[in-house]
Design a protein around this ligand. Structure first.
Ligand code: HEM
Length: 202
């Protein structure tokens, strides 16, 4: 594994753009909350929008490597870490809204909701998987764990995405269109990774 290279001016601008675009949904939510335009149940809107943003960012972070492999877009490669961290950030806010705003930090009620709702259990596992991935997203962690082990650990991001989609599918009940679209995108991304891994071996 090579040492950390300084970012080119082009990458610095790309990182800034990702920061801006990733923070826009949060700013829109804060603005909507302040302006009281989040509908009759703002907490519900906040939960849904932070959950959706976390999932979209997670899928985008997983799309970077396939985009590099298929169309040679290696400029997207450096932002995959940032996108993954923002996915974790929004998932954290999503969970915090659920525990804090929805359940007012009444931990007995939270535990009861977790015990009785399958979709919250699956969401929790997805979130717990994202924790070690976010914690080991630094360059230092790659050196500390060794590249092979680090890579193996970070493959769990696919599992987190699968569980997040299952979490989504479980709560929408019969309106499966969006979870199916997310699942198809994830399947294509995973298929590309598998194909290239197979081609390198043969
Ligand atoms: C402990 C962890 C989690 C809890 C307790 C939780 C809870 C919830 C709740 C209460 C809803 C709204 C359900 C409704 O009333 O319609 C929801 C929706 C959602 N959550 Fe989570 N969630 C968790 C983790 C995650 C994670 C890690 C992701 C993604 C990375 C995620 C993505 C979503 C999505 C995509 C939706 C649906 C958004 C929509 O319908 O537009 N959740 N979650």
């Amino acid at each position: 594994m090579k040492g950390k290279r300084p970012l080119s001016p082009h990458q610095i601008w790309l990182n800034r753009l990702v920061h801006l675009l990733a923070l826009l949904p949060l700013l829109a939510l804060l603005w909507g909350y302040w302006q009281n335009t989040l509908g009759i149940n703002p907490i519900h809107t906040l939960t849904l929008r932070t959950g959706k943003t976390a999932l979209v960012l997670l899928i985008l972070s997983l799309a970077c490597t396939p985009l590099n492999l298929v169309i040679g877009w290696n400029w997207v490669f450096p932002v995959r870490r940032l996108l993954g961290l923002y996915a974790f950030f929004y998932a954290g806010i999503h969970l915090l809204i659920f525990v804090g705003l929805d359940y007012g930090f009444e931990m007995d009620l939270v535990v009861e909701a977790m015990r009785t709702n399958e979709y919250t259990q699956v969401g929790l596992v997805a979130f717990l998987i994202l924790v070690p991935l976010a914690l080991t997203s630094t360059h230092h962690s790659i050196t500390w764990l060794g590249y092979k082990r680090w890579k193996l650990l970070h493959r769990l991001s696919y599992l987190a995405a699968i569980l997040a989609i299952v979490h989504y599918a479980l709560l929408v009940r019969q309106y499966y269109t969006q979870p199916i679209i997310f699942a198809l995108i994830l399947a294509v991304l995973f298929g590309i990774r598998l194909f290239y891994a197979w081609r390198t071996k043969n």
